[in-house]
Design a protein around this ligand. Structure first.
Ligand SMILES: [Zn+2]
Length: 106
């Protein structure tokens, strides 16, 4: 994964594999990144013990100002719906849709 700048790289947390009970390092990360949706966000600490259970989407890097990639969220839902997954957060979706694998060429 390539980030727009060193600051982003150092302050971002990939939330694809997030475990709600995760402790420690994640609390020091000010930006969340979802590789499966290819989107960045500011965490909202509304979960248990102040943990972030969601994030507010951002379009530009707060450090270098570069425009961040367009979110693939809609595409993700559309594709999975075509494959017959109407509730992709609950259904047992193919592994590749849980990371960037479903849209990356490698
Ligand atoms: Zn940046």
């Amino acid at each position: 994964m390539e980030f727009c700048c060193e600051d982003m790289k150092n302050n971002v947390y990939n939330v694809d594999q997030i475990i709600p009970t995760v402790e420690g390092d994640i609390n020091n990360k000010v930006i969340y990144y979802s590789s499966k949706f290819n989107e960045y966000g500011i965490p909202i600490h509304d979960g248990e013990n102040g943990r972030a259970s969601s994030y507010i989407l951002i379009e530009y890097c707060p450090w270098c100002g570069k425009e961040l990639p367009e979110s693939k969220r809609d595409e993700w839902f559309e594709l999975l719906e075509e494959l017959g997954f109407d509730c992709p957060f609950e259904d047992d979706i193919p592994q590749k849709f849980k990371t960037s694998e479903w849209y990356s060429k490698e």
